[in-house]
Design a protein around this ligand. Structure first.
Ligand SMILES: [Mn+2]
Length: 304
């Protein structure tokens, strides 16, 4: 599909948050992705790009053992919710750069709310982790392990309730791809809720092409479109060393490229997060550049 068939107007929204993660430095992720050249590259693809700058968390806030830095995380997400909502109201495509994955609670809440009168959205969540804990099941208290549960209405509700009356995403339209590091209770919660999960084993058995075909079918069926939430820790650390919770033996860069290219081909992508790029842990911005490439391919960059 040609790039001309897509929403040509992109808003970049950075979120300088690392308060949802234990490993700091990921707040500088948006800068690293911009430094890799994402804006000129997208403009060369024919997009108009407006950079809305970065959302910066408040200096202080309350914390709980099972929801560390919850006040700052939720305040940041409220601001992100409003920014993404406005971008969608203006008919533009929100590209959210992180930052730790807690920000997906704000971005996805906005997308689900924006489309609530038209229909449901689908979610494809590419991540080594499930991010399906809540304040009761969490072992670490880190809120970047909770956003997917929150947007599905399984808590913590404070992550997605900004006074807008949240519109939760039905799990039937939600797919997790490339998971291979789940907490036991987290996995139980996902199964109980009927989450669609394609683990690394499924990718080994069936290949990324088959897995993504089915993932797009699930997230795209009877929905207004698909939100992609891409955590670079899905990619094996040899290719993506710059991330806070790396997991050995993840997908390759090529598998990741194919996944987002297929999503681009589907024509169903309506919004996107690219998260967990940590320049402090990176090697000469390798992961920042990889993130930039993934975004371009997701938005229709054609290599031939
Ligand atoms: Mn994640």
């Amino acid at each position: 599909m040609d790039v001309l068939n897509r929403n040509k107007n992109i808003d970049i929204i950075g979120v300088q948050i690392d308060l949802g993660a234990s490993q700091k430095g990921v707040a500088m992720g948006p800068l690293a992705i911009r430094y890799a050249g994402i804006k000129p590259d997208l403009r060369n693809m024919g997009y108009t790009v407006r950079d809305k700058g970065d959302i910066v968390p408040p200096e202080d806030g309350m914390s709980l053992r099972n929801m560390i830095n919850f006040e700052q995380v939720n305040a940041t997400n409220k601001e992100l919710y409003q920014a993404v909502k406005m971008t969608l109201d203006e008919g533009r495509f929100p590209l959210v750069l992180g930052g730790d994955h807690s920000l997906a609670a704000g971005s996805i809440s906005a997308v689900a709310k924006h489309y609530e009168n038209e229909g449901e959205i689908g979610i494809i969540w590419i991540d080594a982790h499930g991010d399906w804990n809540n304040d009761k099941s969490t072992l670490s208290g880190n809120m970047h392990g909770m956003p997917y549960s929150a947007v599905c209405g399984r808590g913590p509700d404070s992550m997605v309730d900004f006074g807008q009356k949240p519109h939760f995403v039905p799990t039937a339209h939600c797919v997790q791809v490339a998971g291979h590091d789940f907490d036991r209770a987290e996995a139980e919660r996902m199964k109980e809720a009927g989450m669609n999960v394609f683990s690394m084993r499924d990718i080994d058995m069936r290949g990324m092409r088959d897995v993504m075909n089915e993932a797009i079918e699930i997230a795209g069926k009877d929905t207004v479109g698909i939100h992609l939430s891409f955590d670079v820790d899905a990619i094996t650390p040899e290719y993506a060393p710059g991330t806070g919770t790396p997991v050995a033996d993840g997908i390759t860069a090529r598998e990741a490229f194919l996944a987002v290219e297929m999503l681009a081909d589907s024509g169903k992508l309506i919004s996107m997060d690219l998260v967990e790029v940590n320049p402090v842990l990176d090697e000469r911005n390798k992961t920042g550049q990889l993130a930039s490439e993934l975004i371009q391919l997701a938005l229709g960059k054609c290599i031939y």
